[in-house]
Design a protein around this ligand. Structure first.
Ligand SMILES: Nc1ncnc2c1ncn2[C@@H]1O[C@H](COP(=O)(O)OP(=O)(O)OP(=O)(O)O)[C@@H](O)[C@H]1O
Ligand SMILES: [Mg+2]
Length: 275
């Protein structure tokens, strides 16, 4: 498993299958008031440079991405810009030649993805993010694999957030619609009670109505104080709900600002938002 979270192939998301992640999660104060982490944003990948192998090309070029408590951070940019790569770098799936990743003030640059899950990172990859042959509820249970305490309450919270999942709890996740599958994937990540939630294209392939609905749920999650960092193809709509926005081009930061700032920026509008 040299690339345990590779998009290609079966589901290798170690936050689910993680057989060695025996650490206990100490859940953060997710239901308290949002407060900034001391000494910088809650999660930051700073000046990240690196690629998929030691000898391969650098996909990221001094790329910086950060998100703070109670915030929604959004990464947008053209196909192949390195959005998923930046997420993977934050999650420890890249060879970083330069830069660092810090979580709640702690340098986690050297940690494995598994160890980052234990530290509180919840990551939903762009593809292969659920077990299709397992029921909805089994997917949620798998998400809580690293926990040894009672997961009932968290599961109820997930069902409250996504009521359709309660209805379909015994159905194979593969029989659900695209939007419902994404809810399973997000719910699965929430089962670890993460301190930060990272979503790679949570609304890929869903209708505009379902997209709005998913965004509403994501806003709800962020309002509990849980920072959310997401990659989105629906740039305009995503920037509308973004506290922090990042436009990536060829692995580098092209524009950074509040969602509002970026939506108002003529260059961003013309180049990335269709005018
Ligand atoms: N597993 C991998 N091994 C080697 N190179 C990869 C791998 N995954 C992506 N790349 C390369 O990294 C670059 C950035 O890809 P990435 O998937 O991060 O883009 P993206 O912005 O997420 O695109 P999309 O909008 O299509 O999801 C591309 O040149 C791609 O070919
Ligand atoms: Mg991608």
């Amino acid at each position: 498993m040299s690339r345990p979270f590779d998009d290609k192939g079966y589901n290798r998301d170690a936050s689910i299958v993680n057989p060695k992640g025996q650490g206990e999660l100490t859940p953060g104060p997710q239901h308290g008031k949002a407060r900034p982490a001391p000494g910088g944003p809650f999660l930051i990948g700073e000046a990240m440079t690196g690629g998929y192998s030691k000898s391969g090309p650098d996909i990221l070029q001094t790329c910086t991405i950060a998100v703070d408590k109670g915030e929604i951070g959004v990464i947008v940019g053209p196909n192949g810009a390195g959005k998923s790569t930046a997420m993977r770098a934050l999650f420890g799936m890249l060879y970083l030649r330069g830069g660092s990743v810090r979580l709640d003030g702690e340098d986690i640059t050297e940690l494995t993805p598994q160890a980052r899950v234990v530290k509180g990172m919840g990551f939903v990859p762009q593809t292969h993010n659920i077990f299709t042959s397992m029921s909805v509820e089994e997917n949620l249970e798998m998400g809580a694999f690293i926990r040894k305490d009672d997961i009932r309450e968290t599961m109820e919270q997930v069902y409250d957030l996504f009521p359709i999942l309660r209805e379909k709890r015994n159905q194979p996740a593969g029989e659900l619609s695209g939007g419902q599958r994404q809810q399973v994937a997000v719910g699965r990540a929430l089962m670890t009670r993460p301190k930060v939630l990272m979503l790679d294209e949570p609304t890929a392939g869903v209708s505009p109505i379902v997209m709005d609905e998913l965004f509403d749920r994501i806003i709800e999650v962020a309002r509990t104080g849980l920072p959310v960092l997401m990659v989105e193809q629906n740039a305009r709509q995503a920037l509308e709900i973004a506290d922090k926005g990042y436009v990536l081009v060829q692995g580098a930061n092209a524009h950074t600002g509040t969602g509002k700032d970026l939506l108002a920026d003529p260059e961003v509008r013309q180049s990335f938002l269709g005018g």
